[in-house]
Design a protein around this ligand. Structure first.
Ligand code: UDP
Length: 314
């Protein structure tokens, strides 16, 4: 059988690099595109010797040029942590809008199937719980997080327009909080922050009173769901995430216990528009993709901890 060809934008990022690995395991040829603004070559260094792997440093908000036939375009490029998109508001909007347009254009030119990495942030600070795909969300368009939320909402609209107007095969996943090896230590998200603070015996910074909830999914489960979605016939958005909900304070306590750290919890100001609750309703992924997460939080946090130990202790 002819080798399938995949293009992964944001292939040097946390999720993108795990996806590249998965696709190589499925015998795809992989073009990994990244501007290296938030992605890192270290995430793919172990893939560079693979003959089926090609790294292209480029900015996908500009024209994307691939000479070969392409079967699948996976659009994962974007800053993805609140700290990153506060620092890079315009790049975040550009990659969600212009980058999605260019990646869709590539898929259309190659008659490839297109996959959009969207987000639970499209639901904003949600007024229904858990969040089902038919919920339209509660987003502040002009808040600090709006640059990410609105870019992804635009990206979904653009993807559906290409699907409807150009008959392009498209898939949209709404990714809920995901964690695992290759998250950046300083990306500001809760799990890398708490683990690195514990390993350095620094105070653990819980924002607000820590009563806000998240539901965290281990990266291997997420990538499995994403691959299943691409290979399915479902073009409507699907939530992928782990519905095991926890408060941020509990999460901080669990990590302190896991590491047996002497770190103390301190409370800091809650960032603007920080969602108070978040839990995916995954019944659609369950029914359509026969997908459900398998890795429990203890196991996932343990694996993530091992990774951060090598980064912090060398
Ligand atoms: N958070 C925290 N301390 C930190 C980093 C994050 O208490 O050092 C909180 C943050 O305010 C949010 C939750 O943890 O309520 C999850 O934040 P994260 O940045 O991981 O992802 P989000 O779901 O907000 O995009």
């Amino acid at each position: 059988m002819k080798q399938k060809v995949s293009v992964v934008t944001g292939g040097c990022g946390f999720l993108g690099s795990h996806l590249c690995e998965k696709l190589l395991g499925e015998n795809h040829k992989v073009f990994c595109l990244d501007s290296l603004i938030t992605g890192s070559l270290e995430n793919i260094s172990h893939l560079l010797s693979n003959k089926s792997f090609v790294f292209v440093e480029c900015d996908v908000t500009e024209f994307i040029s691939i000479e070969e036939n392409v079967d699948f375009v996976w659009h994962f490029a974007s800053p993805a942590s609140p700290i990153d998109y506060l620092k890079l508001p315009i790049q975040t909007l550009k990659v969600g809008a212009l980058g999605t347009h260019k990646a869709l254009g590539l898929a259309k030119a190659k008659n490839a199937r297109f996959f959009l990495a969207s987000t639970s942030e499209v639901y904003g600070d949600p007024l229904i719980h858990p969040q089902k795909e038919n919920y339209w969300g509660n987003v502040n368009p002009i808040g600090y997080r709006g640059v990410y939320d609105e870019a992804k909402r635009f990206a979904e609209a653009m993807t559906m327009a290409y699907h409807r107007y150009h008959n392009l095969e498209t898939r949209i996943v709404r990714i809920f909080n995901t964690y695992g090896p290759r998250m950046r230590i300083n990306d500001g998200r809760a799990i890398p922050s708490f683990i690195s603070q514990c390993l350095r015996n620094e105070n653990v910074t819980v924002f607000g009173d820590g009563s806000q909830t998240r539901s965290v999914c281990y990266v291997d489960d997420l990538i499995d769901g994403i691959y299943r979605l691409m290979m399915s016939n479902n073009f409507e958005p699907i939530n992928i995430g782990n519905p095991d909900e926890i408060t941020i304070l509990q999460l901080a306590q669990e990590i302190i216990e896991l590491i047996k750290s002497k770190s103390k919890i301190i409370f800091e100001r809650l960032p603007q528009d920080d969602p108070k609750i978040r839990r995916p309703d995954i019944s659609k992924a369950n029914e359509i993709l026969n997908w459900f997460p398998k890795v429990d939080r203890k196991t996932g946090l343990e694996k993530t901890l091992q990774y951060f130990k090598t980064k912090i202790n060398g």
